[in-house]
Each structure stands twice: as structure tokens, then as C-alpha cells.
Ligand binder design. Structure first.
Ligand code: NAP
Length: 329
């Protein structure tokens, strides 16, 4: 019988275990996907540990918001997909019920997109969350255009690396922010036009320097916390800040000062909108085809080693490269 990862109580990686259960028949508008690989995300760790503010249905909760596989069964009224089609799962909102840590999942057909032929299985498993978030925040929310000078926080992270590549694909100018000077060369190699390392440099001064004194047109803030104050000062008057993550759990003071447009961004607002998903998929496909977009893979685990995969995630040494789990059905 097909295997699925579940957890019955909140806790460390050990609460996850593999069980066998029958596949779910797709209802109207749904597809069943035989999963080939899935990526592990910080969101999964939050769900598993009980740190997620949203409700998680215990016991027998599933995990996993992204992955890739082939269409295995079609529910009534599904059009545009055939059995055997390779697909990418777009972010799964109800992961505790339909999560991708499994050999099969059944989900609305609107939550799968065609898999670009240029991507290997592990890369395809790892592209959607980071790249759709960076695309949604920068392009859909902030309206990033060629020539925009874009300050990217946590640039060595998964979303940050995706944002650097997407800015380059658009023709914008990515300025990467990191806490460590030692990451400078790696970020330049990843496509950053300039790097600001906060262990040695003042953010506001450095961004002014790299932008010819104007400040950043767009700031992508996936860190927040008190450091956001400097980001606001590093933006040009009339610029845009998109707050899309919360790596620093300390409170961020209410933004005052520079007149900016500030958005709070959650990618589910876009990934549940079929029209935006079509745009996201078209953009990502073009970037993959042209070689501009490619997720970096840190390590690959087998499904039976899921506990080890989460332990590895918790060590935080993956430095923005994705941890992928392959599934053998
Ligand atoms: N809005 C959404 O829909 C959405 C979607 C996906 C992810 N997110 C959120 O976006 C954030 C980034 O996700 P990710 O997958 O890119 O994370 P990640 O890959 O784990 O990012 C790791 C990088 O972030 C930097 N970092 C870590 N802790 C930090 C801190 N306290 N202060 C400053 N920098 C820190 C580090 O870079 P340096 O050491 O080089 O500074 C590290 O390399 C997370 O909060 C995640 O939950 C939001």
C-alpha cells in the first residue's frame, strides 16, 4: 500500500512516521498525483512543531506544501490534463490533509502546473515555493521593472536566491543583503549586482552608494524585526517595501519616516488565484527554458529518512539551497 508521512502530536522531527494507507479517489475537479519528489520547507517545520498560528488537524496530520510527480488519476470535469503528465504541485494550502510528503496526494487540478522539461525531478520539487514567492512579491506586488534597483534581504536564503535570479530575468538590479561578508563572493556568483554585508557595513550608506545616492526602488524584506528600520531608510522616497517573511522573530516597529508603499505579502494570496498561477507558471517556465532560473539543491534524502531530512533542516546549514526527498512508488 502507498506510504505517507504523518504526525500525531507536535514536537521534534521524531514525531513524524511513515504509514501505509489507500489512495484517495479524485472528486470533481481533482487529480491524483504519484509524487516523485518533494522539498522540505521552514513552513513544514513550523507545522510539525506547533509553531504555526494556523490550525493543524491532529492526529494523523500530513505535511508538505510542494513537490512534483505525474498525474495518476483524473476526477470528473478535469480538462487540460492527462494521466501520465509530469506536473509541479503549486503551494498546497491544506497540507495537513493533502501534504506532499507521500507517494500519492489528491488535490484540485488548479493546484498543479505542467513541469518544464528542462528541470530534473529534484529541481522541479524545489522550485515552486521560493520562486513563486519571490515572483509574487517582486513582480505582482511591487511591479518590478527593468532598471529597478532592488534590495533583497536574506539573499543567501531560498527566497533570496530566487529573487536575485528573477530580478536579473526582468532586467532589474539585485542588491543582496547578508549578515556575513564571507558570503559576498557566493552572492556575486549567484547573480547579485552588489552585496551589502551588515557585519562590516552600514546598510543605509551602502545602499545609497550602490544606487548612486537615490536609495532602492524596491525592498524585499523576508527578515523583518528591528532591522526593518534601516531598510525603510535605504529605500528611495516613493519606493516600495514588500514584507514577505519573518526570519527575525523580534517585533518590527511601526514604519514611519520615508514615504513608501508597504505591502505585507503571503504567497497563498496568489497561488490560490488560477489567473495569477498561470502567469507565475509562464514566467517560471520561460526563466527555466532560458537558463535564468534554477533552484540550488543542498541534499537529497529518501522518504524513509524524513526524520533525518528535518534534522538537517533544523541545523540550518543548507544556506538557501533546498533539501529534497525522493519518493519511490
Ligand atoms: N510570504 C510567503 O508566502 C513566504 C513564502 C516562503 C517563505 N517565506 C518566509 O520567508 C523567509 C525566508 O525563507 P527562506 O526559505 O528563504 O529561508 P532560508 O532559506 O532558511 O533563509 C536562510 C537565510 O536567511 C538569513 N537569515 C536567517 N536568519 C536570519 C535573521 N535572524 N536575520 C537576518 N537574516 C537571517 C541567512 O542569511 P545570511 O546568514 O547570509 O544573513 C540565511 O542564509 C522565512 O521567514 C519564510 O517563512 C514566506
Amino acid at each position: 500500500m502507498p506510504r505517507v508521512v504523518v504526525f500525531d502530536e507536535f514536537g521534534g522531527p521524531d514525531v513524524m512516521h511513515v504509514v501505509e494507507e489507500p489512495v484517495v479517489e479524485p472528486a470533481v475537479g481533482e487529480v491524483r498525483v504519484r509524487i516523485e519528489a518533494f522539498a522540505v520547507n521552514p513552513l513544514d517545520q513550523m507545522m510539525r512543531s506547533g509553531a504555526l498560528p494556523a490550525a493543524v488537524g491532529l492526529p494523523h496530520a500530513r505535511l508538505g506544501v510542494e513537490g512534483t510527480g505525474v498525474v495518476d488519476a483524473l476526477g470528473p470535469e478535469v480538462t487540460g490534463l492527462d494521466i501520465g503528465d509530469p506536473v509541479i504541485l503549486t503551494a498546497i494550502p491544506d497540507a495537513s490533509a493533502r501534504g506532499s510528503y507521500a507517494e500519492y496526494t489528491t488535490l484540485p487540478a488548479s493546484q498543479v502546473v505542467a513541469r518544464p522539461a528542462e528541470l530534473g525531478i529534484t529541481e522541479a520539487a524545489a522550485i515552486w515555493v521560493a520562486y513563486s514567492t519571490a515572483y509574487g512579491a517582486l513582480v505582482e506586488k511591487a511591479g518590478m521593472r527593468p532598471g529597478d534597483q532592488v534590495l533583497i534581504t536574506a539573499a543567501s536564503g531560498g527566497v533570496g536566491r530566487a529573487a536575485i535570479q528573477i530580478a536579473n530575468q526582468i532586467g532589474a538590479v539585485p542588491i543582496a543583503l547578508t549578515r556575513h561578508t564571507a558570503r559576498r563572493d557566493e552572492l556575486l556568483a549567484a547573480g547579485a549586482a552588489a552585496v551589502v554585508a551588515t557585519d562590516r557595513t552600514d546598510v543605509v550608506e551602502a545602499v545609497r552608494h550602490h544606487t548612486g545616492g537615490t536609495g532602492a526602488d524596491i525592498v524585499l524584506d523576508v527578515v523583518m524585526g528591528p532591522g526593518q528600520q534601516d531598510l525603510l531608510k535605504a529605500a528611495r522616497p516613493g519606493g516600495t517595501l514588500v514584507a514577505a517573511g519573518f526570519l527575525d522573530p523580534r517585533p518590527a516597529p511601526f514604519p514611519t519616516g520615508t514615504p513608501l508603499t508597504i505591502f505585507s505579502y503571503r504567497s497563498f494570496e496568489h497561488t490560490l488565484d488560477a489567473v495569477v498561477v498561470r502567469r507565475m507558471a509562464a514566467f517560471l517556465n520561460a526563466g527555466v527554458r532560458l537558463g535564468a532560473l534554477r533552484p540550488a539543491i543542498d541534499r537529497v534524502f529518501a522518504l524513509d529518512d524524513i526524520v533525518e531530512a528535518h534534522r538537517h533542516l533544523e541545523k540550518g546549514l543548507h544556506a538557501g539551497k533546498k533539501i529534497v526527498v525522493t519518493v519511490q512508488a
